[in-house]
Write a protein that binds this ligand. Structure first.
Ligand code: WQD
Length: 345
């Protein structure tokens, strides 16, 4: 019998790649999504790529009024675990609308816990973020951080959700919990069929570069050229979304293989830092397009350098990132070229 996994936010950028990886791994998949920042077309393409159907529960996991409906739907199938990605994720918007972020991201987690408890399933892989480390930690960032100081409401919702899940395990040691701390997810499925479809002006570096390369935007602003880094621009640990997806499947296998309940906080990154200028050059090489840019002021809240210590993921999950920067750019570019207006194009 194949295992059945609930994927909350399964139609989104990371969720869609996770669903394909699960289908390829022989899992059955049910997605909960309300398409607030995603497109139903993504799930059609997931089914095509994964060679299997995805069951959809179209509902808002954060909405108290939807819980009975979702619980009924989930109770109709045996679920062996959940990968929880549903939530809001724009840092700037979270500063402007903190209550919306706390309401949505925390309630989605609380409601998922209630539903999983009600159907007797105790395995949750949570989509956390390196943003939980915030300021004051040394690179490479290890999971045993000296301080947790996320710098914005979005990051704090990730931090609080991690703690809620850890407290759940403390209350009942049967729970199997993995908090996965993503570094900077980029790229797309190598088919070019699924990828990131940002609404409005992209906040993140790769989608912005891709839209400049395709001619949708005039030039990139490089936020700060005077950081104490090797070339003055910000350094991040970019990870191919395909690697991230396989990391979720590895985390799930790890949790299912444990004799007892457990909780683990694990970085998912490559362990390598890449500067903004290096990312621009790699994208130019791969796309054979010029990326005009201008160095502007630093973006408030940005750190100079962030990259992961990836030892723990290797030890616990027997997993490591395989894709390099060239492949991240090539796949991101293919998706952009094939879908210049995202899923609406
Ligand atoms: C990367 C680098 C920028 C845009 C954020 C969130 C994090 C996570 C991912 C999402 C930095 C520079 C960027 C641009 C630029 N969460 N940059 N010009 O800030 O590391 O992480 O996104 O769900 O929680 O904080 O990623 O891609 O925005 O920036 O120069 O137009 O690129 O200053 O050095 P970041 P990013």
């Amino acid at each position: 019998m194949s295992l059945h996994i609930l994927v909350t936010g399964g139609a989104g950028y990371i969720g869609s790649h996770v669903c394909v990886a699960l289908l390829e791994g022989g899992y059955q998949v049910t997605v909960i999504d309300n398409f607030s920042n995603s497109h139903p077309e993504a799930l059609e393409r997931v089914a095509k790529l994964g060679g299997g159907a995805v069951t959809l529960i179209e509902a808002d996991l954060a909405d108290e009024g939807s819980i009975d409906f979702i619980r009924q739907q989930v109770a109709e199938r045996p679920v062996h675990g959940a990968i929880h990605l549903a939530g809001l994720k724009a840092v700037g918007e979270s500063v402007a609308k903190p209550a919306l972020y706390y309401h949505t991201n925390i309630n989605a987690t609380l409601n998922l816990i209630e539903i999983m408890g009600a159907v007797g399933s105790n395995t949750i892989v949570f989509s956390s973020s390196a943003t939980v480390y915030g300021e004051g930690n040394k690179n490479p960032l290890t999971e045993a951080a000296v301080s947790y100081a996320p710098t914005n409401p979005y990051g704090r919702t990730k931090y609080y959700n991690e703690n809620i899940l850890r407290d759940l395990y403390i209350s009942n040691n049967d729970w199997r919990i993995a908090n996965l701390r993503y570094f900077n997810p980029v790229g797309a499925h190598p088919s070019g069929l699924i990828g990131e479809d940002p609404q409005g002006t992209p906040n993140n570096l790769f989608p912005y570069i891709a839209q400049v390369a395709v001619g949708r935007r005039e030039k990139l602003s490089v936020f700060g050229g005077d950081y104490p880094t090797r070339d003055g621009s910000g350094v991040r640990d970019y990870i191919h979304v395909q690697d991230l997806a396989s990391g979720h499947v590895a985390a799930l296998q790890f949790l299912h293989n444990q004799q007892e309940g457990c909780t683990a906080d694990v970085n998912l990154g490559t362990g390598k830092g890449v500067s903004v200028f290096e990312a621009i050059s790699a994208f130019e090489r791969v796309s054979s397009r010029a990326i005009p840019f201008e160095v502007t002021a630093r973006r408030p809240g940005d750190l100079a350098e962030v990259y992961a210590d990836v030892t723990l993921a290797r030890q616990l999950f027997d997993w490591e990132a395989k894709y390099d920067l060239e492949q991240m750019c090539a796949d991101h570019w293919r998706w952009q070229m094939q879908n210049p207006s995202g899923y609406n194009g």
